[in-house]
Design a binder for this molecule. Structure first.
Ligand code: HEC
Length: 152
């Protein structure tokens, strides 16, 4: 009896947890982002993102602050990094995964939402402390700006 009620409690806790988390996170960038996002850093190898080749794009709302680096990014601005397999030096594709930052309304987690999204657009991680920690260190002058880590 004691045993079954505790497993019921455990099941209830799991259900409550699932409800609290809500639906799986949606990617913070549209599927057809290539139509509107603008390339700000062309294809190159990245020493910090698993030695993959990367390309960086910004949505129209974040373009000015990303390029001029003289103002914080506006809420909702999206900085998207396409990551290609190691060895794909031309970023010829397909994309292996995306890492993405979306500007929050608050300063929580450095002011950004952080995601890793796989090639099937499944969100693999959100607000991973490794992203937040490393970008807190590199996301300031001279190379970084407002949480982003490279000169465009
Ligand atoms: C070990 C440090 C480190 C970690 C961990 C890290 N990054 Fe980065 N990230 C960088 C550096 C350095 C750059 C700029 C150079 C480059 O593109 O590789 C960068 C670039 C980016 C960019 C392109 C915009 C920019 O800053 O220039 C995005 C988007 C990004 N990272 C997202 C993420 C996300 C999301 C995570 C976690 C899943 C993450 N990063 C983890 C160091 C890191």
């Amino acid at each position: 009896m004691a045993r079954s009620s505790s497993s019921l409690l455990a099941a209830a806790a799991v259900l409550a947890g699932a409800a609290a988390c809500g639906d799986p996170a949606a990617p913070e960038f549209p599927e057809d982002y290539a139509r509107s996002f603008v390339e700000v850093r062309a294809c190159r190898p990245s020493g910090d993102h698993d030695l993959r080749s990367v390309r960086v794009l910004v949505d129209p709302s974040g373009l000015s602050s990303y390029l001029t680096r003289d103002a914080p990014h506006p809420e909702g601005a999206v900085v998207l990094k396409e990551e290609y397999e190691f060895g794909d030096r031309a970023c010829a594709g397909p994309v292996a995964e995306w890492t993405v930052m979306r500007r929050r309304a608050t300063a929580e987690h450095g002011g950004w939402r952080w995601q890793r999204v796989d090639a099937d657009r499944q969100v693999v991680s959100e607000d991973d402390s490794r992203c937040i920690g490393c970008h807190a260190a590199c996301g300031q002058a001279p190379d970084g700006h407002d949480g982003t880590c490279a000169v465009p």
